[in-house]
Design a protein around this ligand. Structure first.
Ligand SMILES: CC(C)(COP(=O)(O)OP(=O)(O)OC[C@H]1O[C@@H](n2cnc3c(N)ncnc32)[C@H](O)[C@@H]1OP(=O)(O)O)[C@@H](O)C(=O)NCCC(=O)NCCS
Length: 185
């Protein structure tokens, strides 16, 4: 009998989520340019915690080069690809060491705001986190001054925890209040 301690690792399927208008799949090297053009807008980076400003092409290249080295147990970055327009955004789950539930983050390129893409992507990503990744809960947070993000998360079934935490925004080099949410699968 095979000793489970010596069993080969079970291959982890790359994520692929399909909605009416979008496909969510791991970012690849060919996505660096679209990611650079999408994030390199101050209206986008100012609402993210980790993206630097200016956001350089090298930042996007380093991001896509690092995707293959992420631990799929804790990190699931995804490109949001529109069936006609190509890559229009990104979303992903990340679990800090010791934290039981992953955190969801996302962005949509400025030219594509207001068409329901984030809502479509986030709702589908949460369902996948439960059905395809086995997660029982997902966390998220948004800067208090970003109600559009709050709307996206609430529509996807997340609930405000009531906790407001100080969150650093790298692009602005400022620490700002952020509202926490949780989604129970
Ligand atoms: C937040 C973001 C992802 C939304 O993307 P989007 O594709 O435009 O979102 P959607 O069109 O799916 O939905 C936006 C919702 O916010 C609402 N909204 C927009 N501006 C708003 C505002 N100032 N106040 C309240 N609600 C607002 C819209 O009406 C819509 O809700 P509705 O469907 O009930 O009408 C996009 O603005 C973005 O990338 N921002 C910068 C990065 C960011 O904030 N990421 C999230 C970090 S927590």
């Amino acid at each position: 009998m095979l000793n489970p301690r010596h069993a080969p690792p079970v291959p982890i399927e790359p994520v692929r989520i399909e909605t009416d208008r979008l496909i969510l799949r791991p970012p690849g090297p060919g996505d660096a340019d679209a990611i650079y053009r999408g994030i390199n807008h101050f209206d986008v980076v100012r609402m993210l915690s980790r993206a630097p400003w200016p956001y350089r092409r090298e930042d996007a290249e380093a991001f896509v080069a690092g995707v293959a080295h992420r631990d799929p147990a804790t990190d699931r970055p995804m490109a949001i690809v529109h069936r006609e327009h190509g890559l229009i955004g990104g979303c992903g789950f990340h679990a800090d060491a010791g934290k039981p539930f992953p955190e969801l983050g996302y962005w949509v390129a400025r030219d594509h705001w207001g068409r329901g893409y984030a809502s479509e992507a986030v709702a589908a990503a949460l369902i996948w986190a439960r059905d395809g990744w086995g997660k029982r809960a997902v966390r998220a947070s948004h800067f208090v001054e970003n109600p559009a993000s709050g709307r996206v998360l609430i529509k996807a079934g997340m609930l405000y925890t009531g906790v407001v935490e100080a969150l650093h925004c790298a692009a602005r080099d400022e620490t700002l209040p952020a509202r926490g949410l949780i989604w129970l699968a």
